[in-house]
Design a protein around this ligand. Structure first.
Ligand SMILES: Cc1cc2nc3c(=O)[nH]c(=O)nc-3n(C[C@H](O)[C@H](O)[C@H](O)COP(=O)(O)OP(=O)(O)OC[C@H]3O[C@@H](n4cnc5c(N)ncnc54)[C@H](O)[C@@H]3O)c2cc1C
Length: 244
C-alpha cells in the first residue's frame, strides 16, 4: 500500500484505517487451531506463534526485512494477490483457511491455497474484509525452502512448503512463485504418504512430481524453465531436510 501511495496511484482520502478495530488484532489458539486476526503482523507471528505455527514462522523469517515484518500483515499479503508470497506457501501446506466477512453476506471460509486466484487478484467480493486466518497447530515437522535473487529483501523465484501430519501419515505441500496461483500438488502429497518410512529415498521422485505440477511464467526474476528447475530442486531439498 505504501508503495502505491508513494507512486500516487491511491488517493489517501479513500483509505479506511483498520488499525483501531480491536477485534481484528486478536489472535489465539482454540481446539488445535490458531486464529490470527487480520491485523496480525509477521513480527506478531514470530513473537507469539512460532511454537504452534513453525511452518509459518519459517516462511516469515525469509520475508523482506525486520522493519517490513513489523509493519506488514499476513492478511495484507493475501489480499495483494501475490502468488509468490512466502506466507501463502506455509498457510497452504498447513491447510489454513481465510475467514472473510461483509455486512451483507456474513462470513465465508476459503482454503488459503485457493485464496489468491491470479496475480494481483484474490477471492474477496465487494464489501468484504478479511477478518482472520485459521491455521491448524502443526502436528509434525515442517520445512520451507525458498530461492530468491539474494538472501534478504527478495521475493521468491519459487518457494516450497511441506508440513508433515504425523498422526495421519500425510503431508501438506504448497508451492509458490511457479504458477499464477499457489499450487497443492496432490500426486506429490500422495507420494509422501506412500513413502512415509523412506522419505529420503523418495526425495528425487518427489522433486520431479512437483516440477511437473507447476506452471511457471517467465518474468524479471527468472525464465519459466529456471523456475520449474528451481521448484524441482527445492522440493527435493525440503523433503531431504525433513527426512534428516
Ligand atoms: C520492500 C518489500 C519487500 C517485500 N518482500 C517480501 C518477501 O520477501 N516475501 C513476501 O512474501 N512478501 C514480500 N513483500 C510483500 C509483503 O508481504 C506485503 O506487502 C505485505 O504483507 C502487505 O501487508 P500490509 O499489512 O502492509 O498490507 P497493505 O499494503 O496495507 O494492504 C495490501 C492490500 O490488502 C488490502 N487489505 C489489507 N488488509 C485487509 C483486510 N483485512 N481485508 C481486506 N483487504 C485488506 C489493502 O486494502 C490493500 O489493497 C514485500 C513488500 C515490500 C514492500
Amino acid at each position: 500500500m505504501l508503495v502505491e501511495l508513494n507512486a500516487g496511484r491511491i488517493d489517501p482520502a479513500r483509505l479506511l484505517d483498520l488499525s483501531r478495530v480491536d477485534g481484528l488484532r486478536e489472535s489465539g489458539a482454540r481446539g488445535g487451531v490458531v486464529r490470527l486476526g487480520a491485523m496480525t503482523t509477521y513480527a506478531d507471528v514470530l513473537e507469539r506463534h512460532a511454537g504452534e505455527l513453525p511452518g509459518l514462522a519459517q516462511a516469515v523469517e525469509t520475508i523482506a526485512s525486520r522493519q517490513l515484518r513489523n509493519r506488514a500483515t499476513v492478511a495484507g499479503a493475501l489480499v495483494l494477490g501475490d502468488p509468490s508470497s512466502d506466507a501463502l506457501a506455509a498457510l497452504g501446506a498447513a491447510e489454513a483457511s481465510v475467514i472473510v466477512a461483509s455486512a451483507r453476506e456474513g462470513e465465508r471460509t476459503i482454503p488459503a491455497h485457493a485464496f489468491v486466484t491470479a496475480p494481483g487478484e484474490c477471492d474477496l467480493r465487494p464489501g468484504e474484509l478479511v477478518v482472520a486466518i485459521d491455521v491448524p497447530v502443526a502436528d509434525g515437522p515442517v520445512a520451507y525452502a525458498k530461492a530468491g535473487a539474494r538472501n534478504a529483501m527478495a521475493r521468491a523465484v519459487c518457494g516450497v512448503a511441506i508440513a508433515l501430519h504425523t498422526g495421519r501419515r500425510r503431508a501438506g505441500v504448497c508451492v509458490v512463485g511457479a504458477a499464477p496461483t499457489a499450487i497443492r500438488p496432490d500426486v506429490a502429497e500422495d507420494l509422501i504418504a506412500a513413502s512415509w518410512d523412506d522419505l529420503a529415498g523418495a526425495a528425487s521422485r518427489f522433486g520431479a512430481l512437483v516440477g511437473a505440477a507447476v506452471d511457471p511464467a517467465p518474468d524479471a526474476r527468472g525464465s519459466a524453465e529456471h523456475r520449474r528447475h528451481v521448484a524441482c530442486v527445492l522440493a527435493a531439498r525440503a523433503l531431504r531436510r525433513l527426512a534428516a
